[in-house]
Structure formats: structure tokens, C-alpha cells
Design a protein around this ligand. Structure first.
Ligand SMILES: C[S@@+](CC[C@H](N)C(=O)[O-])C[C@H]1O[C@@H](n2cnc3c(N)ncnc32)[C@H](O)[C@@H]1O
Length: 289
């Protein structure tokens, strides 16, 4: 075995250790990004060999929490991909407005920037009071930050820029209280958001969702896990419900589907049961793994 092969084998052992000790299954995550994260971690903690992580994973729960933060890549942004939020505002929201009550699942919500962007959009479109947002992630530290809704003031101008480009018409600061070097989301935008721990690789589906956002999450999964997760979303959506993936995420390899149609190609929005004019059908007949 050369060094690269040894490292490859060590990574598999680390993933087995995490699964055995904590039940988190990273086995179906893409090796390229896992490898990068693990390399970063061993250099951050001055660890010589990847396999030295195994003892720490087994015996040091606190270290595992830190490791989970590094492995799960909980980075997010307000109104990330403004073009996507613009399509959400001008194409998806008018459809949702026709329903008496709207159920939204925001999967892989990280520290909440995207969830609060959606809450602001719903409030501006007079839909917030009729909406329930279930925001989930595997990373409890990120969920805790999301619940707090406190973000650095240093990022505000970039948030505002995205908001403007997405079609925002108000002053973004109206939705926050600024305190020292932080901005805190208004409490009334939190009241219909429920944050909780949910693992896409092992937990159950939800029922009758009108909208699911899972952006920049499945890009880290291999095709087996991607198929499983898309199946979970398919089960969780009501007829006519929307599924929004990240703009760089492709599930074209799944081919024509039982029920999901590509609805907006560039923004990677799919719709259950109802094709758009240029809609394409994708096959998500998934083999369970
Ligand atoms: C790059 S962030 C994306 C955040 C946000 N959706 C966005 O696009 O700005 C990926 C998130 O997916 C979460 N994640 C990774 N694996 C997951 C899983 N199996 N179940 C639920 N969430 C997961 C991570 O913890 C992380 O917070």
C-alpha cells in the first residue's frame, strides 16, 4: 500500500468508528469532500495520522461534536443565490398563495440564514402567518445558532446585496435588531419556525409538505444516498408540492421519475405531479439501501 492508499483505508475506518459510536452514517458521503475536511481537521489539531482520530472519536464526545461541525460543512448565507429567491418570490409563492395553509420543510438548514430569508419573503408576501416551517439539520451546534437567529453585522452588506438582487423591496434591517456587532432576527419571524434534529440518511419522511428546500446538501452525498434522500422528499411532498435543490446540484442521473417534474431548470426546482411547459420527468424509482 502506498501512502494515499493507507489514508483512504484510514478514512473508511474513521467513518466506521463514527457510525459504531454515534450512529451517524457518513459512509455514503462523497470521499473528495470528506477527504478535504479530514485533512483540514488533522492539521488543525496537529494530529499525525488520520487513524489517530479513531481513539478521540471513541473516547471524547466533546471532540466528536467539533468533528461533526467540520465534517457537515454548516456554511450558509442570507438570500443565497438571489436568482433562486427571485423565482421563489415570483413563480412559486403565487401558487402557494392559493392554499389555505402552507407546510414547508427546510432540510439541512445549517445556522438558519436561508430559513430566515424564506421567512422574510413569506412575510413580505403576506403568507407567513399561514405557514409552518420545519427546519432540520444533523448538526446540533448549527441548529442552536439557527434558533438564536444572531448573525454578524460584518456580513450585513452582503446579505442586503443578495436581498436586493432577489427582488427585496424593503429595508432588510427592518427585520433585525442591531446590537453591537450583531444583527438579531425579529422575534415575530421566529414564531412559525420549528428547528429540530433530523438525519436525512436515516430518519423518517414528513407528511404533506407544500414546499421542500434542501439546497447545497446532497452535493456532499454519493448517488446511493442522493437517491434515498430524493425518495424521502418525494414521499414527503403533497401533490403539486415543490422541491428546491441547490443550483449546482444535479439529479439528472436519476432519469425519468415516478412523480417529480423538473419545473425550473436553472434554479433546480421540481414539482410533484405537475409539469411546467418545459417540464421534464425524472425517474426516482429508488432502490432502498
Ligand atoms: C452547506 S450547508 C447548506 C446550508 C443551506 N441549505 C444553504 O444552502 O445555505 C449543508 C448542511 O447540510 C447538513 N447535513 C449534512 N448531512 C446531513 C444529513 N444527513 N441530514 C441532515 N442534514 C445534513 C449539514 O450539517 C449542513 O448544515
Amino acid at each position: 500500500m502506498n501512502n494515499a492508499e493507507i489514508e483512504k483505508a484510514e478514512i473508511e475506518l474513521v467513518l466506521q468508528a463514527i457510525k459504531a459510536r454515534y450512529g451517524w452514517n457518513f459512509i455514503h458521503y462523497k470521499r473528495s469532500s470528506l477527504h478535504r475536511s479530514i485533512r483540514r481537521i488533522i492539521s488543525k489539531y496537529n494530529i499525525e495520522h488520520i487513524s489517530d482520530l479513531i481513539t478521540m472519536i471513541m473516547w471524547n464526545e466533546e471532540f466528536m461534536n467539533t468533528l461533526l461541525c467540520d465534517l457537515s460543512i454548516p456554511v450558509s448565507d442570507m438570500f443565497r443565490d438571489p436568482d433562486f429567491f427571485s423565482v421563489l418570490r415570483y413563480d412559486v409563492i403565487p401558487v402557494l398563495k392559493t392554499y389555505p395553509f402552507i407546510k414547508i420543510w427546510h432540510a439541512g438548514c445549517a445556522s438558519g440564514e436561508e430559513v430566515y430569508s424564506l421567512a422574510i419573503l413569506l412575510a413580505e408576501e403576506n403568507l407567513y402567518d399561514r405557514s409552518r416551517i420545519y427546519a432540520t439539520d444533523i448538526n446540533n451546534n448549527a441548529l442552536e445558532k439557527a434558533r438564536e437567529g444572531i448573525f454578524p453585522m460584518s456580513k450585513f452588506s452582503s446579505y442586503e446585496n443578495n436581498y436586493r438582487h432577489s427582488g427585496g423591496k424593503e429595508k432588510l434591517l427592518n427585520y433585525f435588531i442591531s446590537k453591537y456587532d450583531a444583527i438579531i432576527i425579529n422575534a415575530n419571524l421566529k414564531k412559525n419556525i420549528f428547528f429540530f434534529d433530523h438525519n436525512l440518511s436515516s430518519d423518517q419522511s414528513f407528511a404533506e409538505m407544500n414546499l421542500i428546500l434542501c439546497r447545497n446538501v446532497i452535493i456532499y452525498f454519493d448517488q446511493t444516498l442522493q437517491k434515498k434522500v430524493i425518495n424521502l422528499f418525494d414521499e414527503s411532498l403533497c401533490y403539486g408540492g415543490f422541491l428546491c435543490l441547490g443550483m449546482k446540484e444535479s439529479i439528472d442521473f436519476l432519469k425519468a421519475s415516478r412523480d417529480l417534474y423538473l419545473w425550473k431548470k436553472k434554479e433546480k426546482i421540481y414539482r410533484k405531479g405537475i409539469p411546467d411547459v418545459q417540464g421534464e420527468k425524472h425517474d426516482f424509482t429508488i432502490q432502498q439501501t
